[in-house]
Design a protein around this ligand. Sequence first.
Ligand code: GEK
Length: 242
Amino acid sequence: MREKDTLYASPLAEIADFKFDQAVASVFADMINRSVPGYGLVVDQIGVLARHYALPDSRLYDLGCSLGAATLSMRHRVETAGCEIIAIDNAPAMIDRCQEYLDKDSASLPVQTLCQDIRDVSISNASVVVMNYTLQFIAPLEREALMRTIYDGLLPGGVLILAEKVMESSSTQEALFQSLHTDFKRAQGYSDIEISQKRSSLENVLVSESLPTHQQRLQTAGFSQSAVWFHCYNFAALLAIK
Ligand code: GEK
């Protein structure tokens, strides 16, 4: 059974910026499932999409892999010969646990884990690149360069699967979705104090952008097509094809 997230349950004297440390890693599965609407569905579909787009003898990257949920989804679905998954995260607490889960997993697709900053990573011979709620933690000014690195490392016909917290262009709709997201978290058992303290800790750390901003950046990087395949409140996933 997964460990329950109670990190923000008691009033805190000072709310520090959110960090992917040991405390977060130990409750992360519970935290993300109860905070991100549709997380399980998106993770599952990443495996289905990877199976569709994986090319023989190519690499599949999971950038900001955390505990390896998307990696495991791909590992269990992809059957194309000669594929390898590269799972990368710069938080030691996350990647160590990810490795532990992979060691216990019996699927045969090879996985290499790397404790590395995805801004420094080299990508090559890729048929699938996944960024499942990771780009939002990269400074907006650094996002374009990362998109180009991903685009350049993809094979023709390769895909980027990008899930993000997104911001609505209309302030009325943004307020509506924020309030519905708060209801979602309440329904998952989070108290108002937990919701508000967690929101404060993420304020300077998670920077969301609008879907049109993401789509424009993907187009500028060279992607010929991008399609929204999941959208629930402020959470969306795109498929961008080279
Ligand atoms: C999942 N994809 O469960 N370099 C490497 N990793 C980074 C960087 C960076 N510069 N910045 C942040 N991360 C996962 C969920 S969580 C999403 C992704 C969330 C990592 C960070 O350490 C964390 O593990 C992950 O990106 C973001 O399918 O917590 O909302």
